[in-house]
Design a protein around this ligand. Structure first.
Ligand SMILES: NC(=O)C1=CN([C@@H]2O[C@H](COP(=O)(O)OP(=O)(O)OC[C@H]3O[C@@H](n4cnc5c(N)ncnc54)[C@H](OP(=O)(O)O)[C@@H]3O)[C@@H](O)[C@H]2O)C=CC1
Ligand SMILES: Nc1nc(=O)c2c([nH]1)NC[C@@H]1CN(c3ccc(C(=O)N[C@@H](CCC(=O)O)C(=O)O)cc3)C=[N+]21
Length: 302
């Protein structure tokens, strides 16, 4: 019998399934003469970023795509980074470009993200793609928001009319998630650091999407009974034995007692982010091997 409460959403399993689907479609595309290629630029030696970049490269190859890795020293000049982006924009073997964030302080992130060809912008951070998303779809959709929606739909296929509360309003997570929920006919509240009476707002949420980067800040009694909780936060915290562990923005065990379903950290949204990156690269390769950015890429939103 299925439990009425406290279901843990298995992001690892859903991500593995998505990667299998991507791998099958990649094989078809390769057979027709186009191997999708993903290029990742890593500037500096942030240890966490290095782990992500390594995982991405491994999973890219596993689904049959070509993986290109470019490393620049943290001290490289912005013009050097921009000319690398330009070179990748012009490289027909590269269908997707990801510049790992955050960038060192002397680099203007906005200028770099705008330099990426929107058709190759598999992160979905270019203003053209952000604008298409705000207009209801048609471009490349940011990976973490896409993955969050797929997990939400894995437990509740019909989202219409529900009250979704998004905590966080960043351009890369909170805002695009809010757009996707709106496109799915949810009633959306976006909260942030200046929001008053945050616990009360959270208690109204049928779907609570947490993307604030504050370890376990969201308490169990902020969760409405029967809500679905998507915890996007990834926070590394010290443990008593001097090591570190990953926790989300939600106090998982307490929230689980009240939620209908909840994503864990690790093993929730994180693995979906990489799987969606591969999905976006596949879409980008398809539209570049015939058709425009508006043809196959993200025609229907999740
Ligand atoms: N699972 C994954 O694959 C990914 C996970 N992440 C994780 O998601 C989290 C958010 O990332 P990101 O959007 O880049 O972070 P940002 O720091 O860019 O944005 C954080 C947002 O949370 C809001 N916020 C901060 N503190 C509070 C608070 N006390 N109460 C209410 N709102 C608050 C901020 O408000 P304001 O705008 O007012 O400053 C801001 O809008 C992080 O933990 C990050 O590690 C990020 C990317 C991918
Ligand atoms: N241009 C750009 N695009 C990004 O999408 C991007 C970025 N920059 N900078 C950093 C953040 C963070 N991010 C994660 C991806 C996967 C996991 C992931 O797979 N996490 C595993 C755990 C991994 C671990 O153990 O460290 C999990 O949650 O289960 C986490 C975080 C993508 N980001």
């Amino acid at each position: 019998m299925t439990q009425p409460f406290g279901r843990v959403i298995d992001g690892k399993a859903v991500a593995a399934e998505l990667r299998r689907d991507v791998a099958r479609d990649v094989a078809e595309l390769v057979a027709s003469g186009c191997q999708p290629g993903l290029a990742v630029i890593l500037m500096g030696i942030d240890p966490a970023s290095q782990v992500y970049v390594r995982n991405k490269a491994k999973q890219t190859r596993e689904v049959g795509m070509a993986s290109f890795e470019h490393r620049l020293p943290a001290t490289a000049r912005q013009t050097e980074l921009l000319s690398l982006v330009q070179q990748l924009n012009n490289d027909p073997a590269v269908h997707g470009i990801l510049v790992q964030l955050p960038l060192p302080g002397h680099i203007d992130e906005r200028i770099v993200l705008r330099a990426i060809d929107p058709a190759k912008d598999v992160d979905g951070f270019h203003p053209l793609n952000a604008g298409l998303l705000a207009g209801g779809g048609g471009g490349l959709v940011p990976c973490t928001p896409l993955g969050s929606m797929i997990l939400l739909r894995s437990v509740r296929p019909g989202l219409r009319g529900a009250h979704a509360v998004v905590l966080g309003r960043s351009n890369i997570v909170g805002k695009p998630i809010a757009q996707l929920l709106l496109a799915a006919d949810c009633t959306v509240t976006v909260a942030h650091s200046k929001t008053e009476r945050l616990p009360d707002i959270c208690r109204q949420a049928d779907f609570l999407i947490a993307a604030i980067g504050r370890p376990e800040m969201i308490q169990g009694d902020w969760i409405k009974a029967g809500a679905i909780v998507i915890d996007v936060g990834i926070n590394r915290v010290p443990t008593v034995d001097g090591k570190t562990r990953l926790v989300g923005d939600v106090a998982f065990e307490d929230a689980r007692q009240r939620a209908f379903a909840i994503t864990p950290v690790p093993g929730g949204v994180g693995p979906m982010t990489i799987a969606c990156l591969l999905r976006n690269t596949l879409q980008a390769a398809r539209s570049q091997s015939g058709g425009s950015i508006l043809s196959s890429a993200g025609k229907s939103l999740p």
